[in-house]
Write a protein that binds this ligand. Structure first.
Ligand code: NCD
Length: 293
């Protein structure tokens, strides 16, 4: 049984094939490859993009999608997560897409079901479909020529599952990572790192800005996010006329992570990431569900 818990679950050639599929889904209407397949979305944490992106992806391939409303589910009545998963599994889905505040939950659920589990974000651990869509967006932007390209990941890296997944995936495809964060947002790392954005601006080809993960902080770290912004906001003034591709997984804290000017700038591809997210998730659903038979 194949699952997508981390990007390590896919080999390099599988990712290349997945991107070829994603590209074809961008170019022409997709075939209904998942007709009569059932996909359940199970989100224990908020989501703006990821849930709708997975649901749209599933529907575009002809699958039936059911969302379990966790706020109203039996987990709230004391049922364990694993019993909830086993009960959903008994309804015969082809995949369950899981988001949970606790790292490791999707992986643990995968041992209690016989369908594909897609990790849609678990704590600060991993968010594989986001990293795949980020890589896909970077590859398209550079026409496939990404070996040796330098990317600065900026912000609350320590608490970000998006950063974590990208730090595993991007080096496999030849990208060179620089980490830029204040000390309390910097993980222990072997990647080159700095506390100053100005140190990397002249050397990087890509900036991935991150949202400050206030919901994962045990106590408020900044009195005000404005203090953070004064050092780390990606502004028009900081970027100047440098040809840097600007990414962000969303939701963006406007004028904290990226300013109004840069959000409207053609170098900022936040909405292209969202668009690519649908086709990359289509390709991932197709790959795993059809592989599982
Ligand atoms: C991210 C997440 O939930 O991990 N959002 C997303 O899925 N696009 C990033 C975030 O919440 O900051």
């Amino acid at each position: 049984m194949r699952h997508l818990i981390t990007t390590d679950d896919l080999g390099r050639e599988e990712i290349e094939a997945l991107f070829a599929d994603a590209e074809s889904f961008l170019q022409k209407p997709p075939p209904k490859l998942l007709q009569n397949r059932l996909i359940i979305t199970l989100f224990f944490e908020n989501s703006t993009r990821t849930r709708s992106s997975f649901e749209i992806a599933a529907k575009k391939l002809g699958a039936d999608v059911v969302h379990l409303d966790v706020a109203k589910s039996s987990t709230k009545k004391g049922e364990t997560l694993y019993d909830t998963a086993a009960n959903l599994n008994a309804m015969g889905p082809d995949a369950i897409i899981v988001r949970h505040a606790q790292s490791g939950t999707p992986e643990q659920i995968s041992h209690h079901v016989d369908c594909a589990i897609f990790n849609a974000g678990d704590g600060a651990h991993a968010h594989p479909s986001q990293a795949l869509l980020d890589l896909f967006t970077i590859r398209r932007h550079f026409g496939g020529d990404i070996e040796g390209k330098k990317i600065a990941i900026v912000g609350d890296i320590k608490n970000s599952r998006v950063a974590n997944s990208n730090m595993r995936l991007l080096p496999r495809f030849g990208l060179k990572i620089r980490l830029v964060a204040p000390p309390h947002f910097m993980p222990k790392t072997d990647f080159p790192s700095t506390h100053r954005l100005e140190d990397v601006l002249d050397e990087v080809d890509i900036i991935m800005s991150l949202r400050t993960q206030t919901e994962r902080h045990a106590y408020p770290i900044y009195a005000s996010l404005k203090d953070y912004a004064s050092d780390y906001c990606i502004t028009g003034e900081r970027m100047g006329d440098r040809e840097i591709l600007l990414l962000h997984p969303g939701p963006v804290h406007r004028n904290i992570d990226i300013d109004d000017e840069m959000l409207a700038d053609p170098r900022c591809k936040v909405l292209e990431q969202v668009q690519n997210g649908v086709v990359v998730r289509m390709a991932a659903l197709k790959k795993l569900i059809l592989a599982n038979g």
